[in-house]
Design a protein around this ligand. Structure first.
Ligand SMILES: *[C@@H]1O[C@H](CO)[C@@H](O)[C@H](O)[C@H]1NC(C)=O
Ligand SMILES: *[C@@H]1O[C@H](CO)[C@@H](O)[C@H](O)[C@H]1NC(C)=O
Ligand SMILES: *[C@@H]1O[C@H](CO)[C@@H](O)[C@H](O)[C@H]1NC(C)=O
Ligand SMILES: *[C@@H]1O[C@H](CO)[C@@H](O)[C@H](O)[C@H]1NC(C)=O
Ligand SMILES: *[C@@H]1O[C@H](CO)[C@@H](O)[C@H](O)[C@H]1NC(C)=O
Ligand SMILES: *[C@@H]1O[C@H](CO)[C@@H](O)[C@H](O)[C@H]1NC(C)=O
Length: 863
């Protein structure tokens, strides 16, 4: 299944029927009667999705309507890309066939769209069915709920490609007989004529043997624009495919992305057209690295999960973009450790630079469940450079000899399953609790907004965090919070030592993931909560440095008895935090709940906050590369929050003191524990009381009290400028126009004088192309309107690109303008001011010592 990154992609596309017909016509006259059925199942009329693609009703294609009903989904998951076709479904109670007229001897896409959720009395867990198209089994005993859960996606898209055997294509849905109450359903069906893109492929490891993919039914497993960005169906060359970014499939060494201008002309040869892959696929690539000597002994690998016991076709797309001569770049290609191609030299295949070519390989996957593609330089050819290149990649599953393509349902851990169940309960609980509180306290909305009634789950977040925003993290001192790796260590070491931690209300998942500590352990680990151990103070209480298990360093967050954070919120935090795990997010080790104490235990982050490595401290200055890497790590963490978990999570308080750095300089996003958005928010944004830190606040959020993932993107833009300029987000000692870093940096960037305000330590040490990319990225993040800001995925991609530019030693001349930095005048006082500025003022950007006016906005009845 192609992994859908819901936030970076739009599922739909605006490809006019006319265009497809036209396109196909060019390929072959016999296809002039090409068809394109795009159906929103269960809907009664033609409707366009947000991209303008028209979806029609499905009724007229049903052989009989007797066995089915149409139903609407009751809950709209916020991560669904569109209501059409997902919010309506055809519910199929016994075998049902769709029948499509198709031109003979023409290959067709079949795309099936599923949104597993409850459809009135039809519960998502009972959807269990098979799908057969033209005699080939596409899905068997398909459990869409568990599949979506395993993919952490709200919806599923399956893409197949086949030659119908006649002029009628039947697609039959059958509920599986071996489960009581089972039913089948489908939200969207596409049947679209396509050119034949498949021929024979050499079997890797079987000498000259090959498989005829032309006669096979194929299922698209992965389709990647290597070294590039997501390409939506509208940007594909008329075939409405989607191409995803490859970075999450790289195993180990990330290689490097060559710096190629965006409009490089791609020269398709006669026998290859844009239908094979669009220009954007060939314009970007991933190579092994810059340094031939290092490359000589390195590999670059991509790994993909697949179903075992099937044959897969791996299509690799190449286009040489840098070299013009044969034997400059020669490499080997391995698939599952078997040599697939020795001495690959793209220029031998194409004869020229900028000319695309692709190679197909087939591999039988037996006994394991992944396909790994590895490349390394072919030293035996003594090429001029030791390097590799890959521009695009597709993996298709081929039907087996029994005419089957269906694999088993994915297995998910018990924890994952329980997580799903609990998450719904937690949100419902939280909402209920909040409702009660609201009645009691009548929390008025700040700036008149307060938030709509249906958005309780988020309101509780606001309420519980409000205190922290206002009174918290004074001086936001040293690092605390955890490291994924040690989390499992400490978890594994001992199960429980506290005897009477009464947390029967915690889900067993949280209890399983999270360790119980006894109060005695906490006391001995922190020298009885000695003041000297304090490393931070928040609204919740104090944070102590501590030791557990005779040596593991931890950060211990102890609730202040007078804290407003109640037991319920404490538990909610444990529930949430214990399940969110990612290399670039801090996670929870355990907790202690004893004698009215509420204590959370996190791993200790040895290098503290990002901010203390930028300014206002005695720490040595970070190099530009370190800063970039920390930004990339933090962006990955946020990207995960936005897209990686089942529900979109908006951090709401992104700032340099919430980005922590561990002993190995790995950046981790912290303080996201209660930022989750929940179900029943059937909008793409959530209305809420304005919160967040002054200086980082999304102006749109401020104006309209609408929170979206783009609010985090805005705050992250401020972080990027903070990293570049090494000054606080707010510095009221500066002249008025310079107080806000966001405003000032944007002003300078637009005037082309940004180099005058960057950290003097960086001058002459940053590649100007890299600086340009970085600043442009930050600038876009600060766009006034959310819709104009990039997604976190785009930000991440751009930062990675900036890093490549920086590391490119052939890059253009460095910025060496000491000259401009020390002249007097308004422009430079920005830099001078922030470095000579007085400490207490720097904390303004935490929203603490801010003006009374602002405090009242955040917390109208606060004091
Ligand atoms: C489908 O998977 C879900 C887990 O998400 C499970 O609860 C349900 O029982 C499964 N349904 C069937 C029919 O196996
Ligand atoms: C398609 O299904 C219809 C109804 O079940 C059947 O009459 C017809 O023969 C089928 N056609 C093919 C090509 O399978
Ligand atoms: C794959 O085939 C092997 C050997 O025939 C068999 O033992 C194994 O169970 C099969 N795996 C799956 C997932 O069907
Ligand atoms: C590179 O990949 C090949 C093929 O998988 C393997 O034999 C070799 O050990 C790898 N080398 C390194 C340095 O990882
Ligand atoms: C591929 O799968 C095999 C067997 O399941 C496993 O041992 C191996 O570690 C996997 N490789 C990668 C890179 O995940
Ligand atoms: C797929 O099915 C076709 C016939 O339906 C068969 O000729 C072909 O060999 C099958 N593919 C594989 C890889 O077994």
């Amino acid at each position: 299944m192609m992994k859908t990154k819901t936030k970076t992609c739009t599922l739909f596309c605006l490809v006019s029927f006319y265009f497809v017909l036209n396109a196909l016509h060019v390929l072959s006259a016999s296809k002039s009667n090409a068809v394109s059925y795009i159906l929103s199942c269960g809907s009664a009329s033609n409707e366009a999705d947000p991209d303008g693609r028209k979806w029609g009703p499905d009724t007229q294609y049903l052989v009989s309507q007797a066995n089915s009903e149409t139903k609407g989904a009751q809950y709209q998951d916020p991560s669904l890309p569109s209501t059409i076709p997902y919010m309506s479904a055809r519910i199929i109670k016994s075998e049902l066939t769709y029948s499509f007229k198709v031109p003979g001897k023409t290959r067709h896409w079949i795309r099936l769209h599923f949104y597993p959720t409850n459809y009135e009395t039809y519960l998502s867990n009972n959807a269990y069915f098979s799908v057969v198209a033209d005699g080939v089994t596409l899905l068997k005993n398909f459990n869409s709920s568990i599949t979506a859960l395993a993919l952490t996606q709200s919806h599923i898209l399956r893409e197949y490609s086949l030659y119908p055997s006649g002029e009628v294509l039947n697609i039959t849905f059958t509920p599986s007989p071996d489960h009581k109450d089972s039913y089948a359903f489908v939200n969207g069906i596409e049947v679209i004529s396509m050119p034949d893109l498949f021929k024979r492929a050499i079997m890797v490891g079987f000498g000259e043997e090959s498989v005829n993919t032309k006669s096979s039914v194929l299922q698209t497993m992965y389709r990647l624009n290597v070294g590039g960005q997501f390409i939506s169906a509208t940007k594909d060359s008329g075939l409405t495919r989607q191409w995803y970014d490859d970075s999450s499939y790289i195993y180990g060494n990330l290689g490097m992305i060559p710096d190629i201008e965006a409009n490089r002309k791609i020269l398709y040869p006669k026998d290859l057209t844009g239908y094979v892959a669009p220009v954007d696929v060939y314009r970007t690539a991933r190579a092994l690295g810059m340094d031939s000597a290092v490359n000589a002994n390195s590999n670059i690998s991509w790994t993909f999960q697949v179903d075992s016991n099937f044959t897969y076709m791996v299509r690799l797309h190449f286009c040489e973009l840098s070299y013009t001569k044969v034997n400059q770049r020669v490499f080997n290609i391995f698939i599952n450790n078997q040599l697939a191609e020795q001495g690959a030299d793209i220029l031998i295949w194409t004869g020229a630079i900028n000319v695309p070519v692709y190679r197909d390989y087939a591999i039988y996957v037996l006994g394991n469940d992944n396909v790994t593609i590895t490349m390394n330089p072919d030293k035996s050819m003594t090429p001029e450079f030791y390097d590799t290149l890959l521009n695009g990649l597709e993996i298709f599953k081929l039907n087996d000899t029994l005419g089957n393509l269906a694999g088993p349902n994915p297995e998910i851990s018990k924890e994952m399953e329980e997580y799903d169940r609990n998450w719904l309960r937690i949100v419902a609980d939280a909402a209920e609790r909040e409702e009660k509180k609201k009645k009691e306290k009548l929390i008025a909305g700040a700036a008149g907004g307060a938030g709509a009634v249906g958005l309780l789950a988020v309101c509780i977040v606001v309420y519980t965090r409000k205190k922290r925003v206002l009174g918290s993290e004074c001086g936001a001192t040293s690092g605390w919070l955890p490291l994924y790796g040690s989390w499992s260590n400490s978890n594994g070491k001992s199960t429980t030592s506290g005897k009477s931690c009464s947390s029967s209300t915690l889900s067993s998942l949280a209890q399983g993931l999270c360790r119980h500590f006894s109060l005695a352990e906490m006391k001995s680990g922190t020298r009885n909560f000695e003041e000297s151990q304090v490393i931070g103070v928040g609204g919740f209480g104090k944070v102590y440095k501590g030791i557990v298990d005779g040596g593991t360093k931890v950060a211990v967050k102890r609730a202040n008895p007078s804290s407003e954070q109640g037991l319920h919120e404490f538990r909610t935090e444990i529930e949430m935090l214990s399940k969110l795990r990612h290399r670039h997010l801090v996670s929870l080790i355990g907790f202690c709940e004893e004698n009215d104490e509420m204590i959370l235990v996190y791993d200790y982050m040895g290098n503290g906050t990002l901010r203390e490595h930028l300014y206002k401290s005695n720490n040595p200055q970070l190099s530009w590369k370190q800063r970039l890497e920390i930004c990339i790590g933090a962006a990955r963490g946020l990207y995960y929050l936005h897209t990686g978990a089942k529900y979109t999570i908006i951090h709401r308080d992104v700032k340099t003191t919430n980005i922590l750095v561990d002993d190995n300089w790995v950046a981790k996003v912290s303080d996201f524990g209660l930022s989750k958005t929940g179900p029943n928010l059937n909008q793409t944004h959530v209305s809420t009381v304005v919160k967040g830190s002054f200086g980082y606040l999304d102006p749109e959020y401020f104006r309209r009290q609408q929170l979206t993932d783009k609010s985090d993107v805005y705050s992250f833009g401020v972080v990027l400028f903070e990293v570049l300029c090494a000054r606080p987000a707010l510095n009221p000692t500066l002249p008025k126009e310079q107080v806000s870093l966001a405003d000032w940096a944007l002003h300078c960037q637009r005037k082309g004088i940004l180099q005058d305000i960057i950290d003097p330590q960086l001058k002459g040490k940053v590649n100007p192309e890299c600086l340009k990319k970085f600043a442009e990225t930050a600038e876009k993040c600060l766009s006034d309107q959310g819709k104009d800001r990039p997604s976190m995925g785009d930000v991440l991609w751009n930062l990675e690109f900036a890093l490549q530019l920086h590391e490119n030693p052939n890059g253009a001349s460095l910025i060496a303008d000491e000259r401009s930095s020390r002249t007097t005048g308004a422009i430079n006082s920005g830099t001078n001011g922030s470095h000579g500025g007085e400490s207490s003022i720097d904390d303004m950007s935490d929203g603490l010592t801010t003006s009374a006016v602002f405090s009242q906005l955040v917390n109208p009845q606060g004091r």
